[in-house]
Design a protein around this ligand. Structure first.
Ligand code: G3P
Length: 217
């Protein structure tokens, strides 16, 4: 399973990269705004900065919502760096744009996916990744993990190669459960990834080992 970090914060991206477990980065307009990255040129430069930190795929989202606009923006984003994956919203024009990019060899990440039907359409259009938002489904008392399981079943039934990128991860158990279900990728904040490290028995065990070593010497 690949680990992506869901942020536009360069320090956090470096931190995850330095752990040696990072496979890519996802961003969205809200995450860019959180880092106060504004203006088209600054945004494009920021994507290149991210690509220069990580080895893997970097999702860069289009702002346009019409087919022509998405194609124009997506082509500009894809030209920035070969690690860029164009992130397209799950709307009718978006499905058309994903198909266009598939036919032109440009990789895509279909975002804002909240149902198995939407994931089926994204795969039919040839999306490289599909991003179901599990945390936001949990927020409205719907089981986000059940959606990941449904998409896994559907994609396996027909051999769709679109990778399931579980997004809107909020905590470590989302990651563990996505791994059990068979999501291809998770993307979450640094805290959710670092949370996997934690176990009190590791801490107390290490403390004891170090104390015993000191006494033995
Ligand atoms: O990048 C998309 C997704 O991961 C957003 O997560 O926490 O805003 O629901 P969140």
């Amino acid at each position: 399973m690949k680990f992506f970090i869901d942020t536009a914060n360069l320090d956090q991206i470096r931190e995850a990269q330095n752990m040696g477990i990072l496979d890519g980065v996802t961003t969205n307009p809200s995450l860019m705004a959180k880092e106060k990255i504004t203006g088209r040129n600054n945004i494009l430069k920021h994507y290149v900065d991210i690509c220069n930190i990580v080895d893997g795929d970097v999702s860069a989202e289009v702002i346009a919502t019409d087919f022509e606009g998405m194609v124009k923006e997506g082509e500009e984003l894809a030209e920035l760096h070969d690690q860029i994956v164009v992130k397209i919203p799950m709307i009718k024009e978006g499905v058309k744009a994903i198909k266009y990019f598939t036919d032109h060899g440009i990789r895509t990440n279909c975002t804002l996916v909240f149902s198995a039907g939407q994931a089926l359409l994204a795969a039919k259009a040839g999306a490289t990744y599909v991003s179901p938002f599990i945390g936001r489904l949990d927020d409205i008392s719907t089981d986000g993990l059940e959606l990941i399981a449904d998409i896994r079943l559907i994609y396996d039934n027909f051999g769709f190669e679109t990778q399931i990128l579980a997004a809107s991860i909020r905590h470590t158990m989302h990651i563990v459960n996505c791994a059990k279900i068979g999501a291809d990728v998770i993307t979450g904040p640094l805290s959710s990834i670092e949370g996997l490290l934690k176990h009190p028995l590791t801490d107390s065990g290490l403390k004891q080992f170090l104390a015993d070593h000191k006494r033995g010497n």
